[in-house]
Design a protein around this ligand. Structure first.
Ligand SMILES: [Zn+2]
Length: 177
C-alpha cells in the first residue's frame, strides 16, 4: 500500500478518491490521513509508548490499528454494511490498503452520481468512525452502530442536496432528495 500511495499512479487515483468536486474538507482530510496511516492509532511507532497497544475502543476485541479500525472491526463492518446498502454500492471484502487501492481505480472518474455517492460514502463514513472512536476515548460517549449509520446517512443526504448533476430516480427516492 505504501508503495502504491507513493507511486505516481497511486497518488493520482488516491487524490481522485479524496479530493473531488463537492468534497467536505474535514472528511477528506481524515480520509487522507487514514490512507497514509497517519492518524494517531496505536500502530504508529511514536504512539506505542503512550497508549501501550490499546484495544480497539469500537469492539474491544483486537488491538487498534489503521487496518483494523475502518473495515475489519465488527462495529465498523456493521456501519459499512448499513451505508453500502443505502448507497447500493458493492464494496469487496478487502483489507484497508487494498480496499483503498480498489476504490481509487473503480471510482477515479470525477463526475457522475455513482462516483460521487461512492466518494461521499467513503469519506463521510471514515470521518464518522474516527470521530466515534475519539468520542469514546476522550468524552466517554458511545453510539451504537445503527445510530452512527443514521447520522452518516443524514450527512450524505445533505451533501446530495447540493449535487448539481443528475441523480437517478431510484436513488432520489432512497435518499429522499
Ligand atoms: Zn474494533
Amino acid at each position: 500500500m505504501e508503495n502504491w500511495v507513493r507511486s505516481k499512479k497511486g497518488k493520482y487515483h488516491l487524490y481522485c478518491l479524496i479530493w473531488y468536486p463537492n468534497y467536505v474538507p474535514r472528511y477528506s482530510l481524515t480520509l487522507w490521513l487514514a490512507a497514509l496511516g497517519r492518524l494517531s492509532t496505536t500502530d504508529r511507532p511514536h504512539m506505542q509508548d503512550i497508549t501501550a497497544n490499546r484495544q480497539c475502543v469500537l469492539c474491544d476485541l483486537e488491538p487498534e490499528s489503521h487496518k483494523h479500525i475502518f473495515f475489519s472491526c465488527p462495529y465498523s463492518a456493521t456501519v459499512w454494511s448499513n451505508l453500502t446498502t443505502q448507497s447500493q454500492l458493492h464494496w469487496p471484502r478487502l483489507n484497508w490498503p487494498n480496499l483503498l487501492h480498489w476504490a481509487g481505480l473503480k471510482f477515479k472518474g470525477r463526475k457522475g452520481y455513482t462516483n460521487l455517492i461512492a466518494k461521499h460514502t467513503l469519506a463521510t463514513t471514515i470521518y464518522f468512525i474516527w470521530t466515534e472512536r475519539n468520542n469514546r476515548i476522550f468524552q466517554h460517549k458511545f453510539k451504537q452502530a445503527g445510530l452512527l449509520s443514521n447520522d452518516i446517512a443524514s450527512q450524505i443526504r445533505i451533501l446530495l442536496l447540493n449535487f448539481q448533476g443528475q441523480i437517478p430516480e431510484i436513488a432520489r427516492i432512497r435518499w429522499n432528495v
